[in-house]
Design a protein around this ligand. Structure first.
Ligand code: PSU
Ligand code: MN
Length: 305
């Protein structure tokens, strides 16, 4: 089944795929660049457990020693978590060189989608996606995640996007590229740490079943590209909008002052926000990832029916 010479599918993941059972992909940039050790490893392992509890098999994705991995062992997850920023953050453009020189790579949303599709995995859970950055009209900083959603057939469950991005422009970009943006139980795009952003999603769908039906129709029509499911952070874990928006504004300001750019921008902003909020944002971040893992597993279960 796997004829791709660069790809290693973990035995449990392979068995599930061959039996048509639900599988959920997970990214690894969130492990090595999105959270500090040891919370990153703890969170990654808990996410896998939550996916199992909801009836699916987890497949954490990364590049290790130049091999594209769909499904990591606990040792491999710990390795990436400890190595942290020393693992190269790998988006689409990084794959050829990392593979050729047998290097490690932490997969972003874009690269996780690519490897998930190679493995035959259709559903992927993460925290937040990259998007159009504030000021992109001059910096042209637009995440490769958006292009990937346009061309790769994987459903991505996230908690919306952080307002480190320009949310309005991010939605415009997705519209241009034909990516459906679904709100799970909401008409409003969630803003990661908070449930509301002031921007409307394309469609509100209220059940994993209806989301799976829409994605099945997309696949059935051979419409290229993915689907973005935005899942609001549970009320009890959401942050005070004034506090978090101030932290984000300050972080964006500091990044500008220091001339942070390119692939460093997103990790810099995430770490800065965590520092400013004294760890509150990290606690919320972990909770919303768990919430997304649960929904993704339920969608994968419906899709496998
Ligand atoms: N946004 C978050 N948390 C994250 C990321 C984005 O709230 O961990 C990570 C994801 O791996 C995403 C990547 O794919 O950052 C986007 O990076 P860039 O903006 O450089 O494309
Ligand atoms: Mn960028």
């Amino acid at each position: 089944m796997n004829l791709n010479p660069y790809l290693d599918i973990a035995p449990e993941v392979r068995a599930a795929l061959e039996a048509g059972k639900p599988v959920v992909a997970l990214e690894s940039t969130i492990i090595s660049h999105g959270m500090p050790y040891p919370q990153n490893v703890e969170t990654a392992l808990n996410v896998e457990r939550i996916i199992r509890e909801n009836g699916a098999v987890p497949a954490t994705i990364a590049i290790i020693g130049g091999r594209l991995k769909a499904g990591l062992s606990e040792e491999e997850i710990t390795y990436l978590g400890k190595k942290g920023y020393d693992v190269i953050k790998a988006s689409r453009r990084d794959l050829p060189v990392l593979v050729a020189r047998c290097d490690d790579g932490a997969t972003t949303v874009a690269t996780t989608m690519i490897i998930a599709e190679m493995a035959g995995i259709r559903v992927f859970a993460t925290g937040g996606i990259g998007g159009v950055h504030r000021g992109a009209e001059t910096t042209m900083d637009i995440s490769a995640d958006l292009e990937e959603l346009a061309q790769t057939g994987v459903l991505v469950v996230c908690a919306g996007a952080k307002s480190i991005l320009d949310l309005g422009l991010t939605l415009e970009y997705l519209e241009t590229k034909g990516v459906p943006v679904i709100g799970y139980g909401t008409e409003e795009l969630p803003a990661f740490y908070t449930r509301k952003s002031g921007f409307a999603v394309d469609y509100r769908l209220d059940t994993p079943e209806s989301i799976a039906a829409a994605f099945r129709a997309k696949i059935g029509m051979s419409l290229k590209g993915g689907m973005l499911v935005t899942n609001p952070i549970p009320e009890q874990y959401s942050m005070d909008p004034d506090v978090i928006n101030k932290a984000i504004d300050d972080a964006v300001e500091e990044a500008k002052r220091l001339g942070i750019h390119g692939k460093q921008t997103t990790p810099f902003l995430l770490a800065k926000i965590k520092d400013i909020t004294g760890g509150d944002s990290l606690a919320s971040n972990i909770r919303l990832v768990y919430n997304n893992a649960e929904l993704a597993a339920k969608i994968a279960v419906e899709l496998a029916k």
